[in-house]
Design a protein around this ligand. Structure first.
Ligand code: PMP
Length: 404
């Protein structure tokens, strides 16, 4: 059981009123708030442990290096990776996918080869592939979904051909909340001899993820969505795959030797970390992962599911309510529209009540096209949210509905 009051006191921002009203923060799928321990870790890093890492002989540089590499081991254990060599720090999910798209396409794909993605991908798992497609003539195949917002696995199976080189799918949809059966999808891909990248931006903050149990070749996530700082994220890759792929960016840190004639590259994980890494961000991310581990990922998942069910039932009682995404297996994200009220108007008016929700296409325009809408209002929950907040939110939605 989680002690929500104690948890809320760890998040100072939740006490800040907006428009003289208590803040109700339901935009957790966009980014999460930071517990005090994460902010203190950043402060402590800059005040006490700041020096550029890896090459320094001096005390501070070695302390900062140790903290950064310790953070890598924390991520390794959090994801249950085999080795810390399999953990690459990136700027976030987007950069991690771009890294794989660029290096994988360079090494493993030629014209007319295919990548399978799903209809519910975030732009960051579509556009990097399209950029590669324009260079190399590869094509995207798209897994469709049913009316509940669940991927059609029978259609997925039919998408494999002898040109399929990679499957790249999201674990949890940031719009529909659907938790995709990625273990089953990875098994199917492996039966076809195809590796898999999983976008874990919306899963890692909300459920236990074990990359060895899933057997994914690549798994990526963003620090800021899991209570860590912005500007840091993770690419997990199986060691044999990371060994095989060429570097993404060139520069310091990622080299072994450089002459004007030839460069040799550093070993893993440094081969993929060109330039000074965000060693303050990595240690603060590790602090965030310790924080959620202390709460327990299974406790988090259970409590957030309770919030989802509670909010869904209450919202469904509102006249004209349309919820997009009714998957049986669903994370704590609710996208909705009410009658003909524009999502933007709903979001603006809720904001005046102190309620922060997101409106628009949520970086998933192709999904919006399939749904036949321009955008939705999205409420997304965290373990620091409460049923009382949901009551106030539902009352707010009802109040807005009556205004139109
Ligand atoms: N994938 C999904 C499913 C997401 O929800 C997001 C963030 N909204 C991203 C990728 C991109 O994450 P970031 O902007 O942190 O790189």
């Amino acid at each position: 059981m989680l002690d929500i009051n104690a948890i809320r006191s760890d998040f100072p921002i939740l006490r800040h009123p907006v428009y003289d009203k208590p803040l109700i923060y339901f935009d957790n799928a966009a980014t999460t708030q930071k517990p005090r321990c994460v902010v203190e870790k950043i402060e402590n890093g800059y005040y006490n442990v700041n020096a550029n890492i890896h090459r320094g002989v001096h005390f501070l540089s070695q302390a900062a290096t140790e903290a950064h590499e310790d953070a890598r081991r924390t991520v390794q254990h959090f994801l249950n990776a085999r080795s810390s060599n399999e953990i690459i720090f990136t700027r976030g999910t987007t950069e991690a996918i771009n890294l794989v798209a660029s290096s994988f396409t360079d090494e493993c794909m030629s014209a007319n080869d295919e990548v399978i993605v799903s209809v519910m991908e975030h732009h960051s798992n579509i556009v990097p592939w399209q950029i590669q497609a324009a260079k190399k003539g590869i094509t995207l195949k798209v897994i469709p979904m049913n009316e509940k917002g669940e991927l059609k696995l029978d259609e997925y199976r039919k998408l494999f051909s002898d040109r399929t080189r990679l499957v790249s799918v999201t674990h949890v949809s940031n719009v529909l909340g659907t938790i995709n059966p990625v273990a089953e999808m990875i098994e199917e891909a492996h039966r076809n001899g195809v590796p898999v990248l999983v976008d874990g931006a919306q899963s890692v903050p909300h459920m236990a993820v074990d990359v060895q149990a899933l057997d994914a070749e690549f798994y990526v996530f963003s620090g800021h969505k899991v209570y860590g700082p912005t500007g840091i994220g993770v690419l997990y890759g199986k060691e044999e795959w990371l060994e095989k792929l060429p570097p993404y960016q060139g520069g310091g840190e990622m080299i072994a030797t450089v002459s004007f004639e030839k460069t040799t590259f550093n070993e893993l994980p440094f081969k993929f970390e060109a330039g000074t890494p965000d060693y303050i961000g990595s240690t603060a991310l590790a602090e965030a992962l310790h924080y959620v581990t202390r709460l327990g990922m299974d406790n988090i998942a259970a409590y957030e599911h309770e919030l989802l069910t509670y909010a869904t039932d209450k919202l469904n009682a509102i006249e004209g309510m349309r919820i997009f995404g009714q998957a049986v297996d669903k994370g704590a994200v609710i996208s909705f529209l009410v009658g003909n009220i524009h999502h933007y108007d709903m979001g603006m008016l809720l904001d005046r009540l102190g309620i922060a929700v997101r409106t628009g296409h949520h970086c998933a325009q192709p999904l919006m096209q399939v749904l036949g809408i321009e955008g939705t209002v999205r409420a997304s929950f965290s373990f620091y949210n409460t049923k009382e907040e949901i009551d106030a939110f539902v009352a707010g939605v009802e109040r807005v509905r009556k205004m139109f």
